[in-house]
Design a protein around this ligand. Structure first.
Ligand code: ACO
Length: 362
């Protein structure tokens, strides 16, 4: 029987930091409010496009797997902020990597996109239709954030993470999964006018940013991430006590804590980095996998649960058996280009489109 093993991992976080104190100079908020309600202390604002972040994360993941891009059969970009719609953003990544034997496609399930992607490509590998796959989670959410809206602008950041998967005859990788959606409630978390619902060239700024009914999304995320996580543990034939590490989507520390409580997991078995990056949507889990490995929180043969909830309203969870290797085979020298602008300069186009945040006026 064929399984799909994660053999490479990497991340690319832009260096420019937007702190809670920076945000409190823009809108009526405070470090105390943001920290206690969300767990976020700072987030990154990218000076480059999503493709550049994806390519650096991908090069690092390929190096960790010691794989040449020409060996890839498929490149998948999980994203809801592609640099272009035509071509799909995965085509840019394929071209930049010179992955000349690969197919390429984007996958959009918002914050659940990486787990949806992992389940999809793992099943493709198991079925034998592809061997080596690069799966990237990348977002430039700062493009969609309206910094005049304090209820959403404190939450989101930019970044990319990537994994490389390859066939294995050992029972590793995704052992069970749950994918779900509540499309009827999708309008409680959306960008109302983006895509063909909008008017190309004449976007309405009031309807082109992230709209979210936070409390309602929160309530549903707690329920669905918890239920899906417990379900994949049962489907994998594990007990909850067999779980070594929960790697949840990083949207709100209180959602993460509630999911862990539902699973009866102590804090030592839960990976958290939301304080550093905020919610980077499809990128949170591959970045978290990379950092959990760097921090030696994933041991050979570890039982992992990945769980996510996001726009759609999608949710996804997977029980993942890690393989034997937890260190990279080699290290890439790929880096993002240096930044020449301040965080305020990087946000300027956004202010011009959505309007200047209250406290920055005159
Ligand atoms: N600073 C200060 N006060 C604020 C801020 C802020 N940044 N934002 C809102 N408030 C105020 C509100 O106006 C409200 O004031 P009021 O009581 O006077 O009316 C009060 O704080 C409480 O607001 P709530 O919305 O009830 O705050 P809550 O505790 O629910 O936290 C939050 C809001 C952080 C958004 C939370 O609801 C949440 O995390 N929701 C889920 C987010 C999520 O998981 N999204 C999914 C992924 S996103 C994607 O897919 C792209």
């Amino acid at each position: 029987m064929r399984f799909a093993e994660i053999v490479g991992w990497g991340k690319a976080l832009p260096p420019t930091v937007l702190t809670n104190d920076d945000l409190s100079k823009m809108v009526d908020t405070s470090d105390e409010w943001i920290t206690t309600r969300t767990g976020i202390k700072e987030r990154r604002i990218s000076h480059v496009g999503a493709t550049e972040m994806a390519v650096v994360a991908a090069r690092r993941a390929l190096a960790a797997a010691d794989m040449d891009p020409a060996e890839l059969d498929l490149v998948v970009n999980a994203t809801c902020t592609p640099e272009t719609l035509i071509p799909a953003s995965a085509s840019h990544v394929q071209a930049r990597l010179a992955a000349r034997n690969a197919g390429a496609m984007d996958l959009n399930a918002n914050c659940s996109g990486f787990v949806y992607g992992l389940v999809t490509v793992s099943d493709m590998i198991k079925a034998g239709s592809v061997d080596n796959v690069l799966l990237v989670g990348v977002e430039k959410l700062s493009y969609l954030v309206d910094y005049t809206d304090r209820s959403t602008c404190v939450l989101f950041g930019d970044g990319a993470g990537a994994v490389v998967l390859t066939p294995s005859d050992r029972p590793v990788g995704v052992l069970s999964s749950e994918l779900g959606v509540d499309g009827e409630a999708a309008d409680i978390l959306c960008v109302p006018e983006f895509g063909t619902a909008g008017r190309p060239g004449r976007p309405d700024p009031r309807r082109s940013g992230i709209y979210m009914e936070g409390q309602e999304v929160f309530r549903r995320a707690v329920t669905k991430m918890g239920e899906a996580s417990v379900a994949v543990v049962e489907k994998a034939g594990w007990e909850l006590t067999d779980v070594d590490l929960l790697i949840p989507h990083q949207a709100n520390l209180r959602i993460i804590d509630a999911t862990a409580r539902r699973m009866g997991l102590p804090a030592s078995k839960v990976f958290v980095n939301i304080h550093a990056y905020g919610n980077t949507s499809a990128a949170t889990i591959p970045v978290a996998i990379t950092e959990a490995l760097e921090q030696e929180m994933i041991r050979p043969g570890a039982n992992l649960v990945l769980a996510a909830f996001g726009g759609g309203l999608t949710w996804a969870a997977a029980a993942v058996k890690w393989g034997e290797r937890t260190t990279p085979l080699s290290v890439s020298d790929a880096e993002l280009p240096p930044v020449t602008q301040t965080v305020w300069e990087l946000l300027q186009p956004n202010f011009e489109f959505y309007g200047l945040p209250e406290k920055l006026r005159d």
